[in-house]
Design a protein around this ligand. Structure first.
Ligand code: SF4
Length: 445
């Protein structure tokens, strides 16, 4: 996840939740929390821990330089309703690994600086769902996670074979992960795991071992997502690895689905879930909605295709009559092109006035082996849609920065619209939103 450049170490208030304790006390954006019950919160974990009390004395530095003191009586777990400028209240911890599959190491030069930052911070896992490797943590930090019951915690485990983990992460501390998992399990912390699967390295028998080892920590380990390694054209001097082909993807599906059946019989959950990419590569149908068990790792690309499809089926049942004739183009990565063609057919069956085309953008920026929509750049869309005839273009939100309408190559959305001379609508991967956009933003009269 990309980090914002922010004012570190100070507890500056950015926003106050309406109708919260903080809004009643007239705490304002720009104020600084100096102490809570005499303690200066040194990071967000400290802050969350310190406000868990029924009586608080809070010292606040107002923007005019005055210090105000509040005596607060509240329910023990009640939040104050304060959002901070720097949600960590501290500098994010850098990762200390050199993973053989690291995507950041494979970025082209001259991208925006924040994209090269390698974070590996348990507080970001807790706050934003980032995955961490546990390799840069002191004993004190592990104890703090347990003591403050920080949960859920997302762990990039990759393998439970200690020697192989040391090799994959290029870090001598990487083998201790299983020990930490055991301690989190004892403390009843909820953990989600991720495996970046690398052909011939941690798949096959190693994958089976890893999933069986993690299963022993269920239900503390709640789910495991398996995603294929991403390989860009910028791998000069890096570990020699290849992306998955269709046959290898099929082998992983067979292995994981076999284990899912065992886990389901034994413990009532499939536990390990493969990202959509494996099914697309192997040219197989993605699992049913039921088989995704509530999509525990959809942010990891696990079940996005199925969830979108199911939403669209329901949303299209309530579709309104549309009399406006329009040519629409769905832009995606090459991975989802076939599926989006199905979506286009479903849409045209219901809205017969619409002509929907799909363009899967070939990723020239990172290399053709990168096929996901989230890594498509504005420059590639411009060069591949220059001659394309359409009334309107729809792109998925994942192509843009989280908090700004800008692509990974710094092309701005408005620039894209200006160069292509067409409106570009940004949509979540959400069947309901797609039908709303079609009816309310594109086909209104
Ligand atoms: S943990 Fe590994 S993959 Fe993640 S940023 Fe660090 S080196 Fe890259």
């Amino acid at each position: 996840m990309e980090l914002k450049k922010i004012d570190e170490h100070r507890n500056i208030v950015e926003e106050i939740v309406p109708d919260s304790i903080a809004s009643e006390l007239e705490i304002e954006p720009g104020d600084e929390i100096l102490s809570i019950n005499g303690n200066h919160p040194k990071d967000i974990i400290d802050y969350k821990y310190l406000i868990n009390d029924s009586f608080l004395t809070v010292d606040i530095l107002k923007s005019d330089g005055e210090v105000w003191q509040f005596e607060i009586e509240k329910d023990f777990n009640e939040d104050l309703g304060i959002e901070f400028t720097n949600p960590l209240i501290d500098r994010a911890k850098r990762c200390s690994n050199k993973c053989i599959f690291c995507f950041i190491d494979q970025l082209p030069p001259n991208m925006r600086e924040t994209l090269y930052f390698k974070d590996d911070d348990s507080r970001l896992s807790f706050l934003q769902g980032n995955f961490i490797t546990l390799t840069n943590m002191s004993e004190e930090e592990i104890e703090r996670i347990i003591k403050y019951h920080i949960s859920p915690i997302n762990i990039s485990i990759h393998t439970t074979n200690p020697e192989l983990r040391v090799k994959m992460l290029h870090n001598k501390n990487a083998g201790k992960a299983i020990e930490y998992l055991e301690r989190f399990h004892q403390a009843n912390l909820l953990v989600n795991c991720q495996i970046v699967s690398v052909p011939g390295v941690n798949d096959g028998a190693e994958m089976e071992r890893t999933l069986r080892d993690l299963w022993k920590f269920s239900p503390s380990v709640n789910s495991v997502a398996i995603v294929p390694v991403g390989v860009t054209k910028y791998r000069n001097g890096l570990y020699d690895l290849c992306p998955y082909d269709g046959e290898q993807a099929g082998e992983i599906i067979d292995l994981v689905e076999g284990l899912q059946r065992e886990f389901l019989n034994e413990g009532g959950t499939r536990f390990a879930f493969l990202s959509d990419e494996f099914y697309v590569l192997a040219d197989r149908e993605v699992p049913t909605e039921e088989e995704y068990e509530g999509y525990p790792q959809i942010e990891n690309g696990v079940g996005l295709i199925r969830s979108f499809h199911e939403e669209l089926v329901i949303a299209l049942k309530d579709a309104k009559n549309v009399n406006v004739k329009k040519d629409i183009t769905f832009v995606t990565g090459t991975l989802a092109e076939k599926f989006m063609n199905r979506v286009a057919e479903m849409v045209m069956e219901v809205y017969s006035q619409l002509e929907v085309k799909v363009v899967g953008i070939v990723n020239e920026f990172f290399g053709e082996t990168i096929t996901v929509a989230g890594l498509v750049t504005g420059g590639d869309i411009i060069s591949q849609l220059k001659e394309h005839n359409t009334d309107v273009i729809i792109i998925p939100r994942s192509m843009l920065k989280q908090d700004e309408e800008i692509f990974l190559d710094d092309t701005r959305l408005e620039e894209l619209e200006m160069i292509l001379g067409k409106p570009v609508i940004v949509a979540e991967v959400d069947g309901y939103e797609l039908t709303r956009i079609l009816e309310e933003e594109i086909c209104y009269e």
